[in-house]
Design a protein around this ligand. Structure first.
Ligand code: ADP
Ligand code: MG
Length: 314
C-alpha cells in the first residue's frame, strides 16, 4: 500500500532522513516511533507529498508521489503535528471546508460531513468554534479533516500529544476503530502507545531506520528472554562451574552478593530454551539451595532504549 524507497532528506548540512526504506501493507496500523528530532514528521511530510525528499521515491497504492502527486494524494488523509488551524471556524465548518478542498461531490457533501462528524464523536460540539474546544476535541477535528474524501491511508502525526489520559484513551480507541478500514501510520515517541495500538513498529532515530517489526517480535529479538535471575546459597562457590556445564547456557554472571550470604546470578541461555527446569535440577543435585528464581522481566521499553543506543552510534 505504501512503499518508501531510499528516502534521504537534507536541510543544508542536517541530514533529517538517511536512506530510509520500508513497506506498509494494506490494512495495517503502523507506528513510527522515535525520540524528538528522529525524523518522524519529515517522513510523514514526504509520504503525504507535503515536502519532497532530496533523494528517493514514495509510492502510494502503486502511484509515484513525486511523479503523480495529485493522484497519489487522493488516497491520503493527513493529520499534521499540532492543533488545527482555522480556529475561527466551527468544527462543522472546518470539515465542510476540507471537503471543498478534497473536491467531495456537492450532492453528497452534507451527508459525508455529517458521517465524519458522527464517526469522530464531534456531534455535540460541531457548532462550536474550534478555538474554544478542548485539546482533545481539537485533535478530533484534525482527525475529521484527515478523514474527508474517504482516503485509504491515514497519516497521523503525534495524535495524542498534549492530551490528558482520558482523551488519550479516547483517541487511541478511535484510531483502532479507524484502523479497521484504513491503513494507518501514526507517529509517537511513546513506546507503550505504539505497542498497544499498532500491528507493526518502525523505529527511527537520528534519521535512520533502526528496526521494523511487530511489537512482540521486537521484544523477542532485542531482549534475551531466556535470561534467568537466580538467588542461591552456595558456600563453596560451585554454581558457576555447574551452570556453565549445562547445555544451551551461554553466560553466567554474578549480579549481587547479599548481606545474608546469598548470591544472585544472571544466567542467559540460547534462544528459545527455558532453562529453569534444568537449572533447578542441577543445583538441587549439588545441594545448592535456591532462594529465588525468575525470568528476566525486561520490557519493550528496554528493547527500545537498546535499539536507540545501538542505532545512535556513528
Ligand atoms: P520528529 O518529528 O521525529 O521530532 P522531525 O522530522 O521534525 O523529527 O525532524 C528531524 C530533523 O530534521 C531534526 O533534526 C530537525 O531539526 C530537522 N528539521 C526538520 N524540519 C526542518 C526544516 N524545515 N529546516 C531545517 N531542519 C529541519
Ligand atoms: Mg514531529
Amino acid at each position: 500500500m505504501i512503499e518508501v524507497k531510499n528516502i534521504t532528506k537534507k536541510y543544508g548540512n542536517t541530514i533529517a532522513l538517511d536512506d530510509v526504506s520500508f513497506k506498509i501493507e494494506e490494512g495495517e496500523i503502523v507506528g513510527l516511533l522515535g525520540p524528538n528530532g528522529a525524523g518522524k514528521s519529515t517522513t510523514m511530510n514526504i509520504i503525504t507529498g507535503y515536502i519532497e525528499p532530496t533523494e528517493g521515491e514514495v509510492f502510494i497504492d502503486g502511484i509515484n508521489m513525486l511523479k503523480n502527486p495529485k493522484k497519489a494524494k487522493r488516497n491520503i488523509g493527513y493529520m499534521p503535528e499540532g492543533v488545527p488551524l482555522y480556529g475561527d471556524l466551527t468544527a462543522k465548518e472546518f470539515v465542510t471546508y476540507m471537503a471543498g478542498i478534497k473536491k467531495v461531490e456537492k450532492k453528497s457533501l452534507k451527508e459525508k460531513v455529517n458521517n465524519i462528524i458522527e464517526q469522530t464523536g464531534l456531534k455535540d460540539v460541531q457548532n462550536k468554534l474550534i478555538r474554544n474546544l478542548s485539546r482533545g476535541y481539537k485533535q478530533r477535528v484534525s482527525m475529521a479533516g484527515a478523514l474527508v474524501g474517504e482516503p485509504k491511508v491515514l497519516i497521523l502525526d503525534e495524535p495524542t500529544v498534549g492530551l490528558d489520559p482520558k482523551q488519550i484513551t479516547e483517541i487511541r480507541s478511535l484510531i483502532k476503530k479507524l484502523g479497521k478500514d484504513h491503513t494507518v501510520i501514526l507517529s509517537s515517541h511513546i513506546l507503550s502507545e505504539v505497542s498497544q495500538i499498532c500491528d507493526k513498529v518502525i523505529i527511527i532515530n537520528k534519521g535512520k531506520l533502526i528496526a521494523i517489526d511487530t511489537p512482540s517480535n521486537l521484544e523477542n529479538k532485542t531482549l534475551n528472554n531466556n535470561s534467568i535471575y537466580v538467588t542461591v546459597e552456595d558456600a563453596n562457590n560451585k554454581l558457576v562451574k555447574i551452570v556453565e556445564g549445562i547445555e544451551n547456557v551461554k553466560e553466567v554472571k554474578l549480579v549481587t552478593e547479599n548481606e545474608d550470604g546469598t548470591k544472585q546470578y544472571l544466567i542467559s541461555g540460547n534462544d528459545g530454551k527455558d532453562l529453569r527446569k534444568v537449572i533447578f535440577a542441577s543445583l538441587a543435585k549439588e545441594n545448592i539451595t535456591i532462594f529465588e528464581m525468575k525470568k528476566s522481566d525486561a520490557t519493550l521499553e528496554e528493547a527500545f532504549m537498546k535499539l536507540i543506543d545501538e542505532g545512535g552510534e556513528e
